[in-house]
Write a protein that binds this ligand. Structure first.
Ligand SMILES: [Fe+2]
Ligand SMILES: [Fe+2]
Length: 269
């Protein structure tokens, strides 16, 4: 299975890059499954239902979220109707929406996609390790599903790597989101799980993690709350990772960084 994962889409610049570039990219890499993290799509904060629909129209199959899941209130009823948009699975029981989805993939195949949030330097949710373990055990690779993708929305690289090594061999891809900078460590782990600590954002990199740089920097110079930050408006770099898996085992054969457009050096499949 050819899997394309794209990191946090930030603001209009990121949304324009998805609409403008994803259809051709999806075709070029012959993706069977496309997952996009949409937690910052709405002016940097949250995801509106029409934005999720635009991602699906551009070629996304599943949209994941993160700590900004609830910033646009319209998402709450939408999460109940649209199973392909998921929020972190380790919110406490009773939270609206779902933390995982099983989608049909052409060729009579199925894929599990999980969104989970780390706890280090973030709101402490339920245990991400046990939550992911339970889902991967319920959806064994090569049997219930042909592939599984875990979007680890977390601040700390240590926690992301700890999750990845814990599930090496049980998931097709464990990929980090939230820090908005692509890491150069994409690789296939010894057990066959593809991994990248952070996919990077789909946003304007002439910024502070996607937001306009001067007001964002000022917050660090002056230790006082500033105005609400707005996304940078230059051309976005589409950032993510491409993985080819073996349907029989669900494990990764190869993994490549994807970067196109905007300020970062291009990398492709
Ligand atoms: Fe984000
Ligand atoms: Fe985040």
């Amino acid at each position: 299975m050819n899997i394309l994962f794209l990191g946090d889409v930030v603001g209009r610049s990121g949304r324009d890059a998805i609409a403008g570039r994803l259809p051709a990219l999806r075709q070029r890499v012959a993706a069977d499954l496309v997952v996009v993290n949409g937690e910052n799509a709405s002016h940097g904060y949250g995801l509106a239902p029409d934005m999720a629909r635009a991602f699906f129209a551009a070629g996304a199959d599943v949209v994941t979220l993160g700590n900004h899941a609830w910033d646009r209130k319209e998402i709450i009823p939408f999460l109940e109707q649209e199973r392909r948009v998921i929020r972190p699975v380790n919110f406490p029981p009773g939270t609206p929406g779902h933390g995982f989805v099983v989608v049909d993939v052409p060729g009579n195949r199925k894929a599990l996609v999980v969104n989970v949030m780390g706890r280090l330097f973030m709101d402490a949710l339920d245990d991400p390790f046990r939550a992911v373990q339970a889902l991967l055990q319920q959806h064994p690779l090569g049997r219930a599903v042909q592939a599984s993708v875990v979007d680890v929305h977390a601040e700390a690289t240590s926690e992301k790597q700890a999750l990845a090594t814990s599930f090496d061999g049980l998931a097709s891809l464990v990929v980090g989101t939230h820090t908005h900078v692509p890491t150069a460590d994409h690789r296939v782990l010894p057990g066959g799980t593809a991994y990248q600590t952070d996919a990077g954002m789909c946003g304007d990199y002439d910024s502070v993690i996607g937001m306009q740089k001067a007001p964002a920097a000022l917050r660090f110079w002056r230790k006082m709350p500033g105005e609400k930050l707005a996304p940078a408006e230059g051309e976005a770099t589409l950032c993510g990772v491409f993985v080819e898996t073996d349907d029989a085992t669900g494990l990764a054969r190869r993994v490549r960084a994807i970067r196109e457009g905007g300020r970062l050096e291009a990398a492709g499949e």
